[in-house]
Design a protein around this ligand. Structure first.
Ligand code: UDX
Length: 433
């Protein structure tokens, strides 16, 4: 099938390359010429394991092209909307400027044969609005939420847990079945529903995941007040098949371009719909999450005997999670910046996210290796659980620091290994010694 993908960020670039890998003829459209040039030359402008290979193979096959010119997609039957929906700068609601911009750009090329498929995460009601917007062209609209995780984007796209189609007519459903024929033949579960449910599946999935993380982090707070151990507690909870072990990793909490802004936009939309009480609990989920960041700052200042001024802090990790170079709403950088604000000399290291971090926080110092970041440090913070940090030799790190003091904000390192190398080791939600 001939299709366009509008917006070639984390979601769109992955979707475009994967649709071409499934045999479709795909044109990726973006307003940013630099992004289009990079993707056209086979370079992924962000870190996503495995995506470069899929992109290069798809380009070589001749089935994938990128452009800034929407008219090149005139003959496409399906147009996927994959643009970002960040938090508005003046409120917690979602900023739909890019979604409406993408639809307006498509308008001149839409025909009664076209299907516009929304994949961006949007407030419930957006699909219906878009259907009204394009009605005069005769084009159909469908909502097909995307659940991909950064770091697993290719696999999540080619082997999704489920496909959800929000449609108003049988032709749209049949077209989407054709788009995803390979995945459906592989047995991927399919749910066909209305617009509102399709939009809600995505935001409620993210709200649930955020709730699970904040639940375990709230338990970590209680553990800290009682001498309990969050790792044993979460293992015990996760063994109950009704609860399950996923998303029960206690630590610095969630960040990134999705979970934080999605729960806020969901609350804002609930307010508009007059059901704000139903989602009131998400305010607590957000608060618990942000509290973990402040707690890590407080623990660090405590480890520095009450003042960060003039002290040297090594911050291991800048990305919002490992296997990503995304620093949007990164808990790690939030902590690093707060300590810098408190007067510390903070030296950041991250295996992949250094350039993005530097752009966002030019005031922080950056080191080329974890060991360099730790040089002369009064305290070392593990803020993003990259595997690289587990491979460090605690004795070698201790030899370059001023004090062998470590705060593991992700419960990621082997506590016995570090303590037996002489480190004072504190971890969120775990007993002191
Ligand atoms: C998320 C959803 O998982 C995905 O389905 C949706 O499409 C987009 O949002 P992503 O933002 O890539 O994906 O990251 P995810 O792996 O879900 O992690 C989100 C955050 O939660 C990260 O900051 C991570 O460090 C944190 N997290 C995750 C925890 O703190 N504890 C956990 O147990 C799991």
């Amino acid at each position: 099938m001939r299709m366009s993908v509008v917006g070639t960020g984390y979601l769109g670039a992955t979707h475009a390359a994967c649709m071409a890998a499934l045999g479709h003829d795909v044109i990726g459209i973006d307003t940013d010429p630099a992004k289009v040039a990079a993707l056209s030359s086979g370079t992924v402008p962000f870190w996503e394991p495995g995506l470069d290979t899929v992109l290069q193979d798809s380009l070589r096959s001749g089935r994938l092209h990128f452009t800034t010119d929407v008219t090149e997609a005139t003959d496409a039957a399906v147009h996927f909307i994959c643009v970002g929906t960040p938090q508005r700068s003046d409120s917690p609601a979602a900023d739909l400027t890019h979604v409406h911009g993408a639809v307006s750009a498509l308008l001149p090329i839409l025909t009664p044969e076209s299907l516009v498929v929304g994949k961006s995460t949007v407030p419930v009601g957006t699909a219906a609005e878009i259907a009204d917007h394009v009605a005069a062209t005769g084009a159909r609209v469908a909502w097909n939420p995307e659940f991909l995780r950064e770091g697993h984007a290719v696999d999540d796209t080619l082997h999704p847990d489920r496909l959800v189609f929000g449609v108003r007519d049988a032709i749209s459903e049949a077209t989407l079945c054709e788009v995803y024929a390979t995945l459906l033949a592989d047995g991927t579960p399919l749910l066909v529903t209305d617009f509102a449910t399709a939009e809600l599946v995505k935001v409620s999935a993210n709200a649930f995941l955020a709730t699970k993380i904040s639940f375990i982090n709230a338990m970590a707070e209680v553990c800290e007040a009682t001498g309990g151990d969050i790792l044993t507690l979460s293992t015990a909870l996760g063994l109950d098949p009704r609860i399950g072990p996923q998303f029960l990793r206690a630590g610095l909490g969630f960040g990134g371009g999705c979970l934080p802004k999605d729960i806020r936009a969901f609350m804002a939309r609930a307010g508009e719909l007059g059901v704000d009480e139903a989602l009131m609990f998400l305010r607590n989920i957000d608060d618990i999450n942000i509290r973990r960041r402040q707690h890590t700052v407080d623990l660090t200042i405590e480890a520095l005997n009450g003042s960060a001024r003039g002290r040297r802090v090594a911050a291991w990790g800048a990305a919002f999670k490992p296997d990503s170079d995304d620093v949007r709403d990164s808990p790690a950088l939030h902590v690093a910046a707060a300590l810098r604000e408190a007067g510390a000399d903070v030296v950041v290291h991250d295996p992949r996210a250094m350039d993005n971090a530097r752009r966002l926080f030019p005031d922080l110092s950056y080191a080329a290796s974890a060991l360099d970041a730790a040089r002369d440090a009064d305290v070392v913070l593990l803020l993003t659980e990259w595997r690289d940090y587990n491979e460090l030799d605690p004795a070698e790190v201790a030899a370059v620091t001023r004090q062998a003091s470590l705060i593991d904000a992700r419960n990621a390192l082997d506590v016995d290994r570090w303590r037996s190398a002489g480190w004072t080791y504190r971890a969120l939600g775990r007993p002191l010694a």
